[in-house]
Design a protein around this ligand. Structure first.
Ligand SMILES: [Zn+2]
Length: 446
């Protein structure tokens, strides 16, 4: 805690409790499949912020997130990469939002929670408070002026970053004054900095902010369910897996009996099949059942695979396992973060995943056949199963290692459309024509 220094000329102000000691900030990393901290309590549901109005006064809301309402909805993300359950800025010269508690509130403490696998996890902000009738100071905030020079009282600096170790994970910060309350405020201003100034993705995923009213009676907090996990390894311990069914315990048995054996067999197989010079595959993979994915059945990001609970419940005897194999391919692809679409074409990324799924994992389902109906619209770069069919045909016709080579060229950032000519002697268009001709002939025969 910092010492209170009251200069003679400021004495008048100090007497109005403006010159409070700087609050103590406790920061902590959680380690559960959902928020879980040792010292800092879980987010509150009925805290003073839960009914507050929040306005962004500087910076832009990133439309891929849930907007500022996510900050006070009393709900937490279901995983570490859950943009739809977080608020984050898209950028701006300054990043500021104000929580209007609606009335002067005797604030006991303020807590903030964030979660991301990497640079969007840490929180870096300065908290200011202001009393009733302070709205006139709001306009000055947009211009990025100093809040302290405009009537705001600085409460605390928060920075959950560490010099060493991983950046990602669950971050929580608790601002309190162990000997008193933080002060009486109606408005709380969060003056936020990017968690990683050098990264284009350095904006914090803020999950929840709580303001605890010292005069409130019962603070109700979220309860996180006990983790429901299926953990196992593959290839003699080389790869480790966690299937997290915490949000859908009814899917645990299916995960154990059906999904686990497929992962054990297919991840090492896929990694081997997509091997390339210098390739160091991801060794720890998490598959997590989530209920915040909209209509998307499954996705993969880095070592994480998200599985849509509702979709999976309906597909256990249908596409459930095949979709998981498709996502395991994405984990193994490890394509670089390039913005140039010609170096990392989406149709190749999805086509390789669907080729493995439909032609190697479940050829008996014939799920990627070209039919008389689909032929007129078939194109090599139509992505997913259509591209999968093209890759199967090209592998059988020209080079059995074609998919491996194709994958390696994208992974190594070397891919261009020249790949096709170099590998098969034909351009993309010539290959497309030959592939269409093959199917046309095949369908005429039948
Ligand atoms: Zn995919």
């Amino acid at each position: 805690m910092k010492k209170i220094i009251c200069f003679a000329g400021l004495l008048m102000l100090c007497q109005q409790a403006v010159c409070l000691a700087e609050a103590k900030v406790t920061t902590e990393r959680g380690r559960g499949s959902l928020f879980q901290f040792r010292q800092i309590p879980l987010p509150a549901i009925n805290d003073a912020a839960s009914t507050a109005k929040i306005s962004i006064v500087a910076g832009e809301d990133d439309g891929n997130g849930a907007g500022v309402k996510a900050l006070v909805d009393g709900e937490i993300p279901s995983g570490d990469d859950d943009p739809g359950a977080n608020f984050f800025f898209a950028g701006g010269e300054a990043r500021r939002f104000v929580i209007d508690l609606g009335k002067a509130t005797n604030v006991k403490n303020v807590a903030s929670y964030s979660w991301h696998p990497d640079e969007r996890a840490p929180q870096v902000y300065t908290l200011y408070g202001a009393g009733e009738g302070h709205t006139t100071a709001m306009s000055s905030l947009e211009a990025g002026q100093s809040p302290a020079d405009n009537g705001w009282t600085k409460v605390a600096d928060v920075d959950t970053r560490r010099n060493r170790g991983p950046r990602g994970g669950q971050h929580a910060a608790l601002i309190e004054d162990p000997k008193a309350n933080l002060g009486t405020y109606r408005y709380l201003l969060f003056d936020v900095s990017k968690a990683d100034a050098n990264s284009p993705f350095g904006e914090t995923f803020f999950s929840e902010i709580d303001v605890i009213d010292a005069d409130a009676k019962d603070v109700e907090r979220i309860k996180t369910p006990d983790p429901v996990l299926v953990t196992f390894d593959a290839d003699g311990g080389k790869y480790e897996f966690t299937i997290d069914a915490t949000m859908a315990p009814d899917l645990k048995d299916w995960s154990e009996e059906k999904l686990k054996p497929v992962v054990i067999e297919w991840y090492p197989k896929i990694v081997k099949m997509l091997d390339s010079d210098g390739f160091d595959p991801i060794k720890k993979v998490t598959l997590r059942f989530q209920n915040d994915m909209g209509g998307t059945p499954a996705w993969a990001a880095g070592p994480n695979i998200a599985l849509n609970i509702e979709w999976y419940r309906g597909q256990l005897k249908g596409e459930a396992l095949g979709a998981a194999v498709h996502e395991l391919v994405h984990v193994a692809q490890m394509y670089p973060n390039v913005r140039r679409d010609d170096a990392k074409p989406g149709w190749v990324q999805e086509g390789v995943a669907d080729y493995v799924r439909w032609f190697l994992y479940e050829p008996q389902t014939r799920g990627a056949e070209i039919t008389a109906r689909s032929l007129p619209n078939a194109r090599y770069d139509a992505s997913y199963r259509v591209t999968g069919n093209f890759l199967d045909w090209a592998s059988r016709t020209y080079d059995k290692d074609l998919v491996k080579k194709l994958n390696a060229s994208v992974r190594q950032g070397k891919y261009s459309s020249d790949f096709w000519k170099e590998t098969t002697g034909l351009t993309e268009q010539e290959l497309n024509d030959a592939w269409i001709a093959y199917h046309t002939k095949r369908l005429q025969k039948n």
